[in-house]
Design a protein around this ligand. Sequence first.
Ligand code: ZN
Length: 194
Amino acid sequence: MALRNIRIYGDEILKKKCRPVQMMTPRTKLLIRDMLDTMYDANGVGLAAPQVGILKRIVVIDVSEAEDDSGSEGAAENTAENMDTAANADKKESGAPANQGGPYVLINPEILETAGEQTGQEGCLSLPGQAGNVTRPEYVKVKALDENMNEIIVEGRGLLARAICHECDHLEGIMYVEKVEGDLFDVTDEAEEE
Ligand code: ZN
């Protein structure tokens, strides 16, 4: 397992637009593996390549823990997921398939459709200890390549939809702080280390 250094808000690389991946190489495979390790190590639910200093259009997402452990639905104690995105509004979709949370590797992702709206807490591994309220679509359909460069379609609702939007924004050099409603707030308690 190899962890990469997570770039922190203020780092110029987080403002840059990423380049598409043209072909899979051993180096890119390793990057993806490291991104997953780094995301899990930081208790995140998503991570984009620029957050580890690589300007490629690659994101990894896994919201399965966050959704499985989210306790009773509609609970008031919404802890910002320490990563990219947070867990408000994740009422459980009782009809969702069990593996809906991930992990997902999305290369060159392209959002095809969105629907609805959700407003909730969001955090980012590049801005540890902080969160803010962001409105995102409730449903997102995204087209991407998987790590074998096969085309996949992923549909997400709730937290997964939020994570997809948050991570795709990173590929455009956009941080959620640009979309936050009201002020950022501290979530430095146990929300962070889980
Ligand atoms: Zn982020």
